[in-house]
Structure formats: C-alpha cells, structure tokens
Design a protein around this ligand. Structure first.
Ligand code: ADP
Ligand code: MG
Length: 633
C-alpha cells in the first residue's frame, strides 16, 4: 500500500480518556436544556467563517468563488437528520483529530468536577459550563446517536470524514473531492429517538432566533433536502446599529451568544468613540460569576474586530481587574493586514484600552450611584477582582477606592463605602481602621475589635485575600490612611467612650500585674516579641497583634501560605488587665506552677481566637486538664 492509500483506509481512533468520560457525563446527566447543542455548533460554524475572513485578508484565494460566510441548517424529517453546514475555514485531518478527539484545554479536570457537582441540581449551570470550558462540540451527542463531520480545509485538495457514536472511539477516512463541498464543514446529526423535534422547522427556527439571533454570520434554513434555503438571521452586527434601536432583549441575546453564559447581564456599555480614534465598543458585565475568575491564566474575554472582521480575543482590551467583562471592540483605525502581534503593541490599541476601561468604570459608577441594590450584587460577584485594580492600576486607584464597598462593624447586612466611613468617622480620627481575615463571622468575633466597638469607632472587615495587599500600598482616602487594628499599639485613648460607659477606674497596673507581665515575657519569650497592657480589649482577656512595623497578621499568613516568606514573626500578646481572670492569676503570686500553665493557656487562647491552633496541642490539653482538675477539687 502507498502512504496515501494507507491514509485513505478507514482508521479507528480511541477518544482521549477525558473525552470519553466527558461524553458519558454529557449524555447521561448534564442538562435539562438540550437545545444548547445547536448554539454550540452554530457558534463553531460562525467562528470558522470569521477565521476564514481573517486568513483571506493575506491570502484572498482561500475564499475564492464563495466569499460570503454563511451557515446552513438542513432539516431531514424522514431521515431523522439535522445537518449544520458552513463555508468557513474547515479542518485538515490532523486538525480534526486534535479538535474532535481530545480536550486541548487545561481546565478539563475542573470542568469535570464542576459538572459532576452541577448534575445533582440538573441545573442551568451545566449548560453554562459547556460554553465556558469550550467543550461545545461534544454537546451534539446529547441529541445524536451518531455524528458525521465532513470537512475540507480552505485551499486544500483533500477532504475528510469523522464519524462517531460518542461511545469511546471514532473513525476517520478520506472523502472523494467530488462529494465534498468547496471548503468548510458539514456536521450531520443522526438524531436519537426522542430528539425528532430538531427536524421541525418551528422548533429549530425558534431556537436559532432565541440563542443565535445575533451571530455575525447569516443563518439559512433548508426545510427538507433539496428545498430552497430561507434566511433566518441576516448576520448583521448588532453593535453597528444605534443604541436606541436596540431592545433590552436583543442586548441580552447578544450577550448570551457571545459569552456562552445564560444569565442576564448586570450592565451593558455600548458606545461609539469618535475623534482621534474611531471605534465601537459593546461590553457587558455578567450577572453571575464565571467559574474561572480567579484562574491566573484567565484572559479577558473581549474580542477585537477590525472593520467587522474578527481579529483576536487575545488583545487584552481591558486590564486584568476587569477580566470578567465580556464583549467586543470594533475599530476602523487599525489596518486589517497587520499581524496579531503588531496589533497588540500598536499605540492605537493602547488608546482604545484606555477609552474602554474608562467607559466601563464610568458605567459601573453610574450603577453605584443610581441603583444601590443592583450595584451590591455586582460588587458581590466582582468586587474581589475590581479591588486588584487598587493594587495594580496606580492611575485609577482613587477612582477604584471610591467605588469599593465594604463590610464593617457598622454595615449590618449591607455595604459601606469609604465616603460613608469618612463621613461618620470620629472627631479627629486620622486613620481608616481595618481588620483582615478569611472569614467574616470570625472577624466579627475578634477580640481586637472590642475596644473599637466600645468607643463606636468603625472598623472595616476585609475578607478577600487581595485586601491584605492593596491596603499595604494604598493609600489614603480623603487624607486618611489605612491602619490595621492587629498591627502595632492601638491608639484608642484619643476616642472617648460614650457618656456613662466610662469604666470606673483606668486600668490599674498594680505591682502584681507588672510582676505577671514580666513573668509572661520571660516564659513566652520564644513565642512572642512582647507582652503588654492592652487598651483595645474590653471583654476578652488577651489577644495577639503584630509588632509595630511588622506585617499585618493576615497578610503574613497569606505570604507564608504562598511560600513568599519563611517562618512567622513573633507577635505581641496584649493583656486586658481589667479582666477578672487576669487579676486572679496575678494575685496568685506564690503559685509558680499555676502561673506557668496559665500564661501558656492565655497565649493559646489568643491563638484560637485568631482562628489558629495551639502550637502544641498535646501540651495545651495537658495544661487545660491540670487547671480544670485543680478548680474541681
Ligand atoms: P471551542 O469552540 O471552544 O474551541 P468546541 O468543542 O466547540 O470548542 O470546538 C472544538 C474545536 O473544533 C474548535 O476550536 C475548532 O478548532 C474545531 N471545530 C469545531 N467545529 C468546527 C467547524 N464548523 N469548522 C472548523 N472547525 C471546527
Ligand atoms: Mg465552540
């Protein structure tokens, strides 16, 4: 046999293991809404047409003879088939094996886990996941018992067929050119017994209009094999139309087909910039959180078009802290035949980036000003990402700080802005106080808060890991700097307690207390850098704070976790000398053994209140036991 003859023979390939697993799940569990398969196949066909348009800029012969991209759906009720055909870029044999036999993306494992979690609820989430992870093609096995893909790469003089029942393997063989289209791909679905509805004109037309009405390539429908095609959509670009001609539903449909998400956008930003640079932007803030928002590899999902030709979705059109924004920019200011790399570096693009970023932020600010509830929801979804900008984008720091919302000791269930904070600050208050930690409930119960609460000084409760970073290099807000209440000495003496609540006497540093503190310093020298009298405690006996000039306690934990710093610095143990327990221990001047146990127990208690564990759990348990036993005797 010659090489080509060998290639032409029917070859059997096993699916990559992950694909097989994915297909199994897809068919057996994922969806309540099977219609999404059509959206996925149409979006692939449209991508293929857009890729061809782009490649044909430098190589016009590729689209010779049949220039306009189009997608044709053919219904075959008698044969129980649905055929989706495009005249786009097509696939070579190798591309078919790669694209339809493996999962090229790294997120697959995460996807599988998500989808297994989602199936319990049989939720819409499953459908959303498909689009987000780019496993769209395989969704056709939800409705088809057999799928046949015939494809001819633009410019190639060979065509290939891929055939599978989605049960572990597929075959590939060559197709006679006489039987193949000029170029592009046709996908024939042999529908399952219960999927006959996908040969009904009414059903298919409705699904297409609902899901894919704004795909920028026209979609035609052929009612039965051999019939005249009829246009379902005209493939005109929504963003080129004027704002007041576009309904809210049209925007939502467009957002859904663009993003692969099924929610309603929280915000849309549509504008045409004129003047020095001309471009149109249509951008959306999603109504829910994409699963991979914190994935460090996640790129922005903004597409770049030049004169309505799709160029790339890799142009970083918005900064990282807006990576949840979906949408596109279409400009006439870039030449079509510029390489993607050169486009990336073009000054025009940086001007566009600036413009788009400003408009998106302005729109978010407007929402904050006009609809607090809607903004609170947006903030819940994307606040943690937006706050990265306070750290990363020096120019917009003030703007982003003003936009930020916080939980605090005064926020109740709602949010507070820094403007709220400053407006309600105490007379003469220089700092904006905060407490950072992983968990809101735990923060609310922190002993470090007690003194601030008692004096009615508001403290921001910061629970996102990014918070510990931006507060370090930020900054000031309206002349006030940020200060961690777990760092250094509290300066609470400047704030008086409310009338009538003033404690009868000032904390008394009696001789026995001084003696206890000196003893504790010695006893705990390895674990803490200092032991001192606290003015931030009112109810608890002790707490830990960072030394002046040291890392905030929470930031230190994050940096340790990330391996960025080694070892822990020694914190300061603060003691509430008004506390009955502390006074009682101090009074036991003659009981050395008890004092040793008690001091170590106080330290562990402070650690536990911080959400940590005693350093030596066994020693802790033994000491606790001894003290208990004595008390019960
Ligand atoms: P995604 O579209 O996110 O890449 P899919 O599973 O939908 O993921 O498609 C996988 C790949 O298969 C595509 O990236 C593309 O390379 C190829 N493909 C699918 N359909 C077509 C088509 N109609 N024309 C050309 N290539 C296609
Ligand atoms: Mg796809």
């Amino acid at each position: 046999m010659t090489d080509t003859a060998a290639e032409k023979a029917v070859e059997n390939h096993a699916f990559e293991a992950d694909v097989a697993r994915l297909l199994h799940m897809m068919v057996h569990s994922v969806y309540s809404d099977r219609n999404v398969f059509l959206r996925e196949l149409i979006s692939n066909a449209a991508d293929a047409c857009e890729k061809l348009r782009y490649e044909a800029i430098t190589n016009p012969s590729l689209s010779a003879g049949d220039g306009e991209g189009r997608i044709t759906l053919t219904l075959d009720e008698d044969g129980k088939r649905l055929i989706i055909e495009d005249n786009g870029i097509g696939m070579s044999r190798a591309e078919m094996i790669e694209a339809l036999g493996t999962i090229a993306r790294s997120g697959t494992r995460a996807f599988m886990e998500r989808i297994e979690a989602a199936k319990a609820e049989k939720s819409e989430q499953g459908a959303q996941l498909i689009g987000q992870f780019g496993v769209g093609f395989y969704s056709c096995f939800m409705v088809a018992e057999k799928v046949e893909v015939v494809s001819r790469r633009a410019g190639a003089d060979e065509a290939w067929r891929w055939l599978s029942d989605g049960k572990g393997s597929y075959v590939i063989d060559a197709v006679d050119l006489a039987d193949a289209q000029v170029r592009g791909t046709s996908i024939t679905l042999h529908l399952m017994e219960d999927a006959g509805t996908y040969t009904s004109r009414w059903t298919v037309e409705k699904i297409v209009k609902d899901q894919s009405g704004h795909v920028p390539v026209p979609i035609l429908l052929v009612e039965k094999p051999g019939a005249e095609p009829a246009r379902l959509t005209d493939g005109s670009a929504l963003w080129t139309r004027s704002k007041n001609e576009i309904s809210a539903e049209e925007y939502t449909d467009f957002y859904r087909s663009l993003s692969g998400q099924y929610d309603d956008p929280a915000l849309n930003v549509h504008f045409r910039a004129e003047g020095r640079h001309e471009y149109t932007t249509l951008a959306f803030v999603p109504g829910s959180q994409p699963f991979d928002m914190f994935d460090p590899d996640r790129k922005g999902r903004m597409k770049l078009y030049v004169k309505r030709v799709f160029i790339t979705d890799d142009a970083d059109l918005v900064p990282r802290y807006l990576r949840f924004v979906r949408g596109l920019v279409d400009t006439s200011d870039l030449p079509l035949n510029m390489s993607r790399e050169m486009i990336q570096e073009s000054p025009v693009l940086s001007a566009i980036r600036k413009g788009v970023t400003s408009r998106v932020l302005t729109a978010i600010e407007k929402l904050a000003a006009n609809d607090a509830d809607a903004f609170a929801k947006l903030w819940e979804n994307f606040g943690p990402v937006l706050k990265e900008g306070i750290y990363e984008d020096f120019e917009r720091r003030a703007q982003l700080l003003a936009l930020s919302r916080f939980r605090s000791t005064s926020s109740g269930e709602g949010y507070r802005s820094l403007a709220d904070y400053v407006r309600d600050a105490k007379e003469g208050q220089q700092a904006i106080y905060y407490l950072a930690g992983g968990n809101l409930e735990q923060l609310k119960n922190s002993p470090q808060l007690e003194g601030f609460r008692a004096r009615g000084v508001e403290v921001l409760l910061l629970t996102d890991s990014i918070d510990s970073f931006w507060v370090m290099n930020a900054p000031e807000f309206e002349g006030k700097s940020f200060k961690s209440i777990t760092q250094g000495a509290a300066d609470l003496s400047q704030f008086s307690r409310p009338e009538g609540e003033e404690p009868a006497e000032k904390p008394q540093a009696t001789a026995v207390i001084d003696d206890l503190i000196a003893f504790a310093k010695l006893q705990l020298a390895d674990a803490v850098s200092d032991v001192r009298i606290s003015d931030r405690l009112t109810e608890s006996a002790v707490c830990l704070v960072a030394a002046e000039g040291g890392y905030d306690r929470q930031l230190e934990k994050i940096l340790q976790g990330a391996g960025r710093i080694e070892g822990a610095s020694r914190p300061v143990l603060e003691v509430n000398v008004d506390h009955g327990l502390v006074r009682a221990i101090a009074a036991k001047t003659d009981d050395q053994a008890l004092r040793e146990d008690a001091v170590l127990l106080l330290l562990d208690q402070a650690r536990i209140l911080d959400g940590d564990k005693p350093e030596d759990p066994r020693g802790f348990a033994e000491r606790l036991q001894r003290v208990f036993e004595r008390a019960l005797k």
